[in-house]
Write a protein that binds this ligand. Structure first.
Ligand SMILES: [Zn+2]
Length: 230
């Protein structure tokens, strides 16, 4: 019997799909697609794995993949371990090559600072750090996706070529969008009950609000770090 090996890092999934050759494809938050040859599994295990990956996608859960051999991204996976996100829980997924342990600690602290300052109760949050950001808008440094059905937020932060202050500003900006949703200020393209779908991105009231809030938050956070060093 082959030894099962767990993948080391947590991933987050985009839409899973099955192709005609009975392979399950999943697009992961590190930008790599993984495949499972479903025929390798017995029918019950096939069914359970597909269900599990659907659930991981719909509920924005983090997961680790399980393979039969030493892990590499192009290996088949045979199973997955899903880490369920609870309400009021904040999880971090790091795929960035520029985040070392000290930087990770700093970003974690910035996220904790947001949680203290913003009204973020009653939802779960996953922050994904990456070298790229898979949103088709040039110059975009972050995104905040809300899944109202399961009260989940996926906050994506691009770290490529960004200094710590820029990354932290992106964290404060994107978490502010989550707060705007939580407070009911922002709903789709509507702000405080008014439709702004015709307004340019840069002039959208929720963007102006998030930019201004992030600047104030940077000031407060810098103050906190300074006081800690004294
Ligand atoms: Zn924004």
């Amino acid at each position: 019997m082959a030894k099962l090996i767990h993948q080391q890092n947590y991933l987050q999934i985009d839409r899973p799909y099955i192709t005609g050759d009975n392979r399950l494809h999943i697009y992961c938050s590190d930008g790599i697609s993984r495949v499972c040859k479903l025929d390798l599994l017995d029918p019950q295990a096939q069914f359970e794995l597909v269900e599990l990956m659907e659930l991981a996608w719909k509920c924005d859960n983090r997961f680790k993949l399980v393979t039969l051999d030493n892990w590499s991204p192009d290996k088949w996976f045979v199973s997955a371990i899903v880490d369920r996100l609870k309400i009021n829980q904040v999880q971090m997924i790091n795929h960035s090559s520029s985040i070392d342990l000290i930087t990770k600690k700093l970003y974690k602290k910035a996220i904790k600072y947001c949680i203290d300052k913003y009204n973020l109760d009653g939802a779960g949050y996953i922050t994904v750090f990456n070298d790229y950001i898979d949103v088709n808008r040039k110059g975009l440094r972050g995104s905040c996706g809300a899944r109202t059905l399961h009260n989940r937020y996926i906050i994506k932060i691009s770290t490529k070529g960004e200094g710590d202050v820029d990354v932290i500003e992106s964290i404060f900006h994107e978490f502010r969008h989550a707060e705007q949703y939580q407070l009911g200020l922002l709903k789709g393209q509507s702000w405080m009950g008014n439709d702004y779908s015709h307004i340019d991105y840069i002039d959208q009231p929720w963007e102006i609000d998030a930019r201004e809030t992030a600047i104030k938050m940077i000031e407060g956070f810098t103050e906190l770090l300074r006081n800690e060093r004294l």
